[in-house]
Design a protein around this ligand. Structure first.
Ligand SMILES: Nc1ncnc2c1ncn2[C@@H]1O[C@H](COP(=O)(O)OP(=O)(O)OP(=O)(O)O)[C@@H](O)[C@H]1O
Length: 252
């Protein structure tokens, strides 16, 4: 018999949004420790909103890799990655490290940079990096936090498919629980345990990946040719129907 799962976050009819603006009304979901969840949905569906809410609830337990990276362009790769642990050091140590990098963190960041394919770039200002190198720097900063949960908002969006797999390997090896927003449906099915699919402010898919196929995920993206259901009247395409998906069956 499988060991019981430890719920890390449970949302019961939560209204998530920004200020007075509710984007995801009445949301119900559960994140268990040890799960690897792919978060899918078209632009504006609410992926970042949900990740922010999880981040608030998980606090220091979660490492955070935001969509727009939040890097400081004028600072070197080393300093941007070191920022992942800024709060762990005294102000004096942080100031000293800015002028003259401390030996121990330098070695730790160098080891990470090797794994991220950023070797030789530690002293380069982030503003002089390519998009993919910036993305890997942002992942490095999240990995450097050494938390048990990784929350990533499209962390593998600007890298090639081979590199995306390598980065996911690295992220998986250092976290026991993952929630990663992404648009690569094949990756979602092959590398994650569960998919959360958002559409029109609703969680329309909440199912283990072995109960889903590409067509289920494509239905989240009707504008991108994701086979929207035919309108019965032959007019405008009908809104996608997700009623038959495993989501409606909930968790075991
Ligand atoms: N700070 C904010 N204040 C008000 N509304 C916001 C704010 N941030 C996002 N929204 C709105 O919330 C909705 C969901 O946005 P969100 O960024 O969560 O979507 P997303 O699925 O992450 O999109 P994308 O794939 O484009 O990043 C959108 O309608 C967006 O305009």
């Amino acid at each position: 018999m499988d060991a019981p799962r430890e719920p890390l976050v449970v949302l019961e009819d939560a209204d998530l949004g920004h200020g007075d603006r509710v984007v995801l009304p009445g949301l119900r979901l559960r994140l268990d420790r040890g799960e690897r969840v792919a978060l899918l949905g078209p632009s504006g569906a609410g992926k970042s909103t949900l990740l922010e809410a999880l981040r608030t609830r998980l606090g220091d337990e979660a490492a955070w890799c935001p969509q727009h990276h939040g890097l400081v362009p004028g600072l070197a790769v080393y300093h941007n990655i070191y920022m992942g642990r800024l709060a762990e050091h005294s102000t004096l140590a942080n100031l000293w490290n800015l002028v003259r990098p401390l030996r121990a963190p330098w070695a730790e960041v160098a080891e990470l940079c090797d794994r991220l394919g950023l070797e030789g770039l530690m002293r380069r200002p982030v503003g002089q990096l390519s998009g993919g190198q910036r993305q890997r720097t942002a992942i490095g900063r999240a990995l450097y936090q050494e938390r048990s949960v990784f929350l990533g908002d499209e962390p593998v969006a600007s890298v090639d498919p081979h590199q995306a797999l390598r980065l996911l390997d690295l992220i998986e090896a250092r976290h026991d629980t993952l929630v990663v927003a992404l648009h690569q449906r094949e990756l979602a099915l092959s590398r994650f345990d569960r998919v959360w699919g958002l559409h029109d402010g609703r969680l329309v898919i909440d199912a283990p990946t072995d109960e889903l196929d590409l067509a289920d995920l494509d239905a989240l993206y009707p504008d991108a040719g994701g086979a929207p259901p035919e309108s019965p009247s032959g007019g405008e395409p009908a809104a996608p129907s997700f009623e038959a998906l495993p989501c409606s069956r909930g968790r075991a």
